[in-house]
Design a binder for this molecule. Structure first.
Ligand code: BMA
Length: 397
């Protein structure tokens, strides 16, 4: 009040008093709005993240209060008994809507002339699919089943000790690893929206590291070596390759018991934005509740850590192969998630019949699949978010 009187006196006269007061109220209003906007925008671990990436990070924090997104790996590339049909997705065939999160994998990009990924998806097509999903308002997450630095014959599935040490600074494969990262950077750097802006990506490299099957897994390296691998990768992509469209997703297997165990290989708050783990249903969920109970327990633990650290969290991979239980979605999976405010749950890929495995290999329902009706119920819940729900949210603005 005192301030406005002084201002009023300074410009003098009764006639202008009302106008001055209006102007002051207006200016205070503007400054409050801009204070609010600045105060509300939190930065992710990359302090130079692009505008869309910062917006996505903040939007995801808010969105988790409303519900969780549904994600599907390779959703637009193929499904059970089809491949590369423009605009198709098994999930869309069932519910008339696309998943909200699209998972893709860069495994194979590091190979000489690597133009298809380890599951046969051409990187050129992947780029188009990523753009389509993003333009519709969807969220993109990318994993990387990198070949072992000791040789591509086993793919990522090499548990020989010393793999990670060999790619870290000073290791015999360090130069080769940087070349691999150059290829990753060139792919991620080429992901652009219609205005030329970089498409934000939830990047989830070196996943399921508490397990013992990948070359970055428990037996293949020490905690320190893993953290070094992560920190070098972040450094290289951010500082050397100038990628600022990544949110970093830390991911363990579903086998940790305590918060300490979950965090054993955590690279630091400055290099992670989302905490997650992967876990799959085996056995008969009608007879045994271990999947539901263990997942709930672990999501709750990770949710507590996420809260303490002010990070996002997710169930980054899950599923029940060939979904033989017709009510798996609204019973088992929903119970497993409980009240946890995860950002998303992602179901693994719908390969269809797998020659090598000699069985059906898919995790989301398709037209005619036994859990289809239950999946429609799951879709209709307010808490489950698919693409139509999130395109209204304008996550990148
Ligand atoms: C596994 C299976 C494999 C696939 C790999 C990487 O779970 O789906 O067929 O090659 O993931 O996508």
């Amino acid at each position: 009040m005192e301030g406005s009187n002084i201002l009023y006196k300074a410009i003098g006269g009764n006639k202008v008093k009302e106008n001055v007061q209006h102007i002051i109220v207006f200016l205070i209003g503007i400054s409050c709005i801009s204070c609010k906007t600045i105060a509300q925008q939190e930065l992710p671990s990359d302090k130079d993240a692009t505008k869309e990436t910062v917006n996505l990070y903040n939007s995801l924090k808010k969105l988790a209060e409303k519900g969780f997104m549904f994600g599907h790996q390779d959703a637009l590339a193929y499904g059970v008994e089809w491949k590369y049909k423009e605009g198709r997705s098994d999930v869309k065939d069932v519910v008339g809507d696309y998943p909200a999160v699209y998972g893709w994998d860069l495994g194979g990009i590091e190979r000489p002339n690597g133009d298809v990924n380890l599951d046969g998806v051409p990187f050129k097509k992947m780029k188009q699919f990523i753009r389509q999903g993003y333009e519709r308002g969807g969220v993109i997450t990318i994993s990387w089943h990198t070949d072992s630095p000791f040789g591509a014959d086993k793919g990522a599935w090499d548990t020989t000790h010393g793999t990670v040490a060999s790619v870290n600074p000073g290791g015999s494969n360090h130069a080769k690893y940087k070349e691999w990262l150059d290829k990753v950077a060139s792919f991620i750097g080429s992901l652009k929206g219609s205005k030329g802006e970089a498409i934000p990506v939830l990047f989830r490299p070196f996943h399921e590291h508490t397990g013992n099957w990948f070359w970055w897994g428990r037996n293949a390296c020490t905690d320190f070596e893993y953290k070094t691998l992560w920190r070098f990768t972040v450094y290289y992509l951010q500082k050397e390759k100038k990628l600022h469209n990544l949110l970093w997703v830390y991911n363990t297997g579903g086998d940790f018991e305590t918060k300490e165990e979950f965090l054993e290989r955590y690279p630091g708050d400055d290099m992670a934005d989302m905490l997650s783990f992967d876990t799959y249903q085996y056995g008969d969920p009608k007879k045994e509740k271990w999947f539901e109970e263990n997942t709930l327990k672990r999501l709750t633990l990770v949710g507590e850590i996420a809260k303490e650290k002010n990070k996002l969290f997710a169930l980054a991979e899950t599923g029940y192969e060939a979904i033989p239980y017709a009510e798996w979605w609204t019973t088992t999976l929903l119970n497993a998630i409980g009240n946890n405010k995860i950002s998303y749950v992602l179901l693994w890929r719908n390969h269809g019949y797998h020659e090598g495995m000699k069985k059906m290999h898919y995790y989301a329902p398709y037209k005619g699949q036994v859990s289809k009706q239950d999946f429609i119920k799951f879709y209709q819940l307010e808490r489950t978010l698919f693409e139509k729900d999130i395109s209204n949210e304008k996550l990148y603005q």
